[in-house]
Structures are given as structure tokens and as C-alpha cells.
Ligand binder design. Structure first.
Ligand SMILES: [Zn+2]
Length: 92
């Protein structure tokens, strides 16, 4: 007999391959992100104004230590107290 001898594949190769179905879980992170995008963004630092202080309706950015309000911008304040004192002068 000179028939070509075919190697039978090992038993593990013939075992049916179970396709992994990716678990589709409702991601709570996505909900959190969409909620974050609804927040007004600080034009100063580009982050949500949440946590930003306001004084007399003048927004103060603690990240850049600046204000985005008209007449108060282009100024870097030493502190929030410095900012409020300047607002007091402007509002007078
Ligand atoms: Zn800011």
C-alpha cells in the first residue's frame, strides 16, 4: 500500500470552537459621560464649570486663576479673595 498517509489532526484541533460572544453590558460610564457633556464648559480651562466659584455672577476659574467675565478677563488673580475684591471694585 502506497497511499499517502494523512496525519489525523490531534483531537483538540477537531473540538468545536466555541465563539465567544462579547458580553454587551449597559455601560454606566456612557451615561455618566453624556451627563457630563450637558454641563457648561469653562471657556478658560475647557473643563466643566462644576466646582468653579462664582461671585456676583462673575465666573472664576480656579484652574487658571482667571475670570471669563467681561472686564475681569485677561487678569490672573492671586487668589479667589483677590478676585472677589476686584469684582467688588468693578461692581461698585
Ligand atoms: Zn475653568
Amino acid at each position: 500500500m502506497s497511499a499517502p498517509h494523512e496525519l489525523s489532526p490531534p483531537s483538540w484541533a477537531r473540538a468545536p470552537q466555541y465563539k465567544r460572544k462579547s458580553l454587551e453590558q449597559p455601560s454606566a460610564v456612557g451615561v455618566e459621560v453624556s451627563r457630563m457633556q450637558n454641563l457648561p464648559v469653562c471657556t478658560c480651562c475647557g473643563q466643566p464649570t462644576q466646582g468653579h466659584k462664582k461671585y456676583n455672577r462673575k465666573a472664576f476659574c480656579p484652574v487658571k486663576m482667571m475670570s471669563t467675565s467681561k472686564g475681569l478677563d485677561n487678569t490672573v488673580y492671586n487668589s479667589y479673595e483677590h478676585f472677589t475684591s476686584v469684582v467688588d471694585k468693578v461692581e461698585r
